[in-house]
Design a protein around this ligand. Structure first.
Ligand code: OAD
Length: 245
């Protein structure tokens, strides 16, 4: 493993542009449950049962209950060694470094990363399902579904749900980054939710060296050039230590 970590660091050192894609796995060590695998269910619901426009239409109260539960966990959580290592990587590599996260927990920004795209949005944003007005919202408990101040419509979490498109600006910027990098790291994601998962294939087709950090194999594993099996909070600090040499 030491040799593989060294190889990864060396690739990063000589790269012109590195893009990192993170998923729920990087926040697992902060105590935030992932969506799939152990503890992935909330009251027996899967993310696919709750994070959809039809689930919200059917039962907005239940969907808000789930998001408020997640907000409370996230509020208590802080960046872990993996987040901090990525912040250091950005400090070292500056504009050569770019981060795309599927996570809505905001922990990368909290760690201090600035070059970040929040691909699926941010859990602390609330948006009117009728007029689209957004607001920053730190409420951790709603006894009733909140209503828009402007138009009275039902408000919903301002994140991207299954079946909804990624905002065009976010999608184009992410594709562009993936096409133009020479190292692409995919960290703590099951690699099954599209279009985020396709970013790795786009980078691969464009000739980038692909690195995966995950505690298990994923559908993306066969296409990667280097598999680093283990926890992001242990492997990333080791990679960054080498960059400092
Ligand atoms: P998943 O829950 O699908 O996958 C988490 C991944 O992290 C798994 O592959 C784990 O093996 C891995 N993992 C867990 N702990 C780890 C650790 N300490 N170090 C490294 N890897 C670890 O989460 P995502 O792939 O992020 O979307 O899920 C993608 C999207 O599905 C989410 O953004 C969310 C969800 O529904 C929406 O809400 C639209």
């Amino acid at each position: 493993m030491v040799e593989e970590i060294k190889l990864c660091s060396n690739k990063i050192k000589i790269s012109q542009n590195i893009v990192v894609l993170t998923g729920a796995g990087i926040s697992a060590e902060s105590g935030i449950p992932t969506f799939r695998g152990e503890n992935g269910l909330w009251k027996n619901y899967r993310a696919e049962d709750l994070a959809t426009p039809s689930a919200f239409m059917r039962n907005p109260q239940l969907v808000w209950e789930w998001y408020c539960w997640r907000r409370r966990i996230i509020k208590k959580a802080g960046p872990n060694a993996g987040h901090i290592a990525l912040k250091e990587m950005e400090e070292i590599l500056r504009e050569r470094f770019f981060l795309i996260t599927q996570n809505v927990d905001g922990l990368h920004r909290k760690a201090g990363n600035e070059n970040v795209i929040e691909f699926h949005g941010n859990i602390w944003v609330t948006v009117c399902s009728q007029c689209g007005k957004t607001r920053w919202d730190e409420t951790e408990n709603y006894s009733e579904v909140p209503r828009c101040e402007a138009c009275g419509g039902f408000e919903r979490p301002g994140v991207v749900w299954f079946g909804e498109p990624i905002p065009e600006r976010v999608l184009q910027a992410s594709f562009e980054k993936a096409r133009n990098c020479d190292v692409f790291m995919v960290i703590g994601t099951s690699g099954i939710v599209q279009p985020a998962a396709s970013l790795a294939s786009i980078a691969k087709s464009a000739g980038a060296f692909i690195v995966e950090i995950n505690i298990e194999r994923t559908p993306l594993s066969p296409l990667v050039d280097l598999n680093l099996k283990g926890r992001a909070g242990e492997i990333l600090p080791a990679i960054v230590e080498n960059l400092k040499e």
